[in-house]
Every structure is written in C-alpha cells, then in structure tokens.
Design a protein around this ligand. Structure first.
Ligand code: HEC
Length: 125
C-alpha cells in the first residue's frame, strides 16, 4: 500500500516536471511587463488617447466632447471591422484627432476597445 502510493507520487512528480520544463521553454524572454504584453492597445490608448477620452470601462472623458471608449465600443452595429476602418481613417475626422495610426496600432486599439463591449452597457446619464 505504502509502496504503491510512493510509486504514484513519483509518477506525478515526473509528469509535473516534464510539463513544468516544457512550459518554461515556451515562456517569452524575461523583461517585458505582463500588462503591456497582455494589452498593447491599452498601453497605447493610455499614452495617446486618454488625454481626451475615458479609455477605461468606467468614468467620464477628460474632454467632454470626446465619447468614452466604452460608449464607442458599445455602439450598436460596431464590429472589429467598422472600428478598424474608422481608426485607420481617423486623421480625416474631427480636428481634435488629427493623427495617423499604423495598422499595428489600429489592430491593438481595436482588440483593446472590443474588450469594453458589454451586453449590459448603459450610457452614462
Ligand atoms: C485632443 C483630444 C483627442 C484625442 C487625443 C483623441 N481623441 Fe478621439 N475624439 C475626440 C473628440 C472631441 C471626438 C468627438 C468628435 C465628434 O464627435 O465630432 C473624438 C471621437 C473619437 C471617436 C469616434 C466616436 C464616435 O463614435 O463617433 C473614436 C473612435 C475616437 N475618438 C478614438 C480615439 C483614439 C483611438 C484616440 C487615440 C489614438 C483618440 N481618439 C484620441 C478627441 C480626441
């Protein structure tokens, strides 16, 4: 009985060791911050958009004319495609937003902004 348990434990230990090693080998090189890796779009929005827009799920925009990102993301009919198209063209839009975004930035932003979609979203009063 005791011997059997020992054997089982050893087997598990080996299994974990194998998985552990595999997992370690797949980790990206150290140095990158976890948050930045998880959401480059959030970091970019923080740096480039948060001066005017509320970029988080809750809260009001610093610039009252700028819709919150949650409001943008929860617009009816908005999809990754329409948002991508819009952001790629943003330099044509309101004067306040005269900037050109690279397609990488647009993709990152879209990925982040779509995380703000919420079926229970209610626009702020
Ligand atoms: C200097 C202020 C300012 C900055 C910085 C800014 N915006 Fe805006 N943005 C505005 C204003 C003001 C509007 C509303 C314009 C209007 O409705 O005519 C707007 C509108 C938008 C809209 C359209 C919302 C809609 O449904 O019509 C999106 C999307 C948007 N901004 C995304 C961004 C992103 C992404 C960034 C950062 C890369 C950014 N904005 C940076 C001021 C800003």
């Amino acid at each position: 009985m005791e011997a059997l348990r020992e054997k089982t434990l050893k087997a598990w230990h080996l299994l974990f060791l194998t998985f552990g090693l595999t997992a370690c080998q797949q980790l990206p090189p150290a140095g990158g911050s976890v948050v930045a890796t998880a959401s480059p779009g959030h970091a970019f929005a923080q740096a480039s958009c948060s001066g005017c827009h509320a970029i988080e799920r809750y809260g009001a925009s610093p610039n009252p004319d700028a819709p919150t990102f949650a409001a943008v993301a929860n617009q009816a009919g908005l999809t990754a495609q329409t948002l991508t198209f819009w952001l790629g063209d943003a330099h044509n839009y309101p004067r306040e937003m005269e900037f050109t975004l690279g397609s990488r930035e647009v993709d990152d932003l879209v990925a982040y902004m779509l995380t703000l979609r919420d079926p229970n979203y209610r626009p702020p009063p």
